[in-house]
Design a protein around this ligand. Structure first.
Ligand SMILES: CC(C)(COP(=O)(O)OP(=O)(O)OC[C@H]1O[C@@H](n2cnc3c(N)ncnc32)[C@H](O)[C@@H]1OP(=O)(O)O)[C@@H](O)C(=O)NCCC(=O)NCCS
Length: 160
């Protein structure tokens, strides 16, 4: 007979979702630089979070450090747009993106939104596959949408 089996601890540290706070800025800026290869004026995050605080979701590790985030905006009546969405490389494929997106879509439904849109690089197969699982589909080709000239897809998901 082998040794008694001990309970296997969950290898993944707990992740918490909360709204964006201004002291998240350095962490969110670093995730954007690494994952999206972009740099935005830090004041952008603060002003967008003020417009729709519950649309800016941050997933934090056990030390309250952001591991990923989803920044949604509401610029069109009845619609949300995912402006930025990224999980820090070392935290990917652990369900954090799923938690962020499913919570965001729930919040959009709760606000009575009909549709959610987003833009994605045509080469970003991982993200396109991820979005397809949420019934996002390509609705437009955006030529030279990105600063390096790459085309984008606009994708949309009907909530009702
Ligand atoms: C797109 C992105 C946000 C997804 O975040 P994520 O935290 O890795 O997402 P999840 O872990 O929920 O899901 C990713 C994959 O891991 C799998 N997965 C989820 N939990 C898992 C687990 N516990 N163990 C193993 N795999 C798991 C999912 O099934 C999914 O599989 P897929 O490759 O078929 O899509 C992330 O890849 C990212 O930041 N990419 C770079 C930035 C980017 O492209 N953003 C979108 C720009 S439009």
């Amino acid at each position: 007979m082998g040794p008694p089996t001990a309970p296997v601890p969950d290898a993944r540290p707990p992740v918490t979702l909360r709204e964006f706070r201004l002291n998240d800025l350095p962490f969110v800026g670093a995730i954007v630089a690494e994952a999206l290869h972009e740099h935005y004026d830090p004041s952008l995050y603060g002003s967008l979070s003020t417009e729709w605080p519950t649309g800016f979701l941050v997933a934090t590790d056990s030390s309250d450090v952001p591991a990923g985030f989803l920044l949604g905006v509401n610029q069109v009546l009845g619609e949300a747009r995912v402006l930025m969405f990224a999980v820090e490389r070392g935290h990917r494929a652990q369900g954090i993106g799923t938690l962020l997106m499913s919570t965001f879509l729930e919040r959009c439904r709760a606000r009575g939104f009909r549709r959610v849109t987003l833009e994605v690089r045509v080469s970003n197969a991982t993200a396109i596959r991820f979005y397809s699982r949420y019934q996002f589909s390509v609705v437009d080709l955006l030529r030279s949408y990105y600063s390096d000239g790459e085309n984008g897809y606009q994708m949309a998901c009907d909530l009702r």
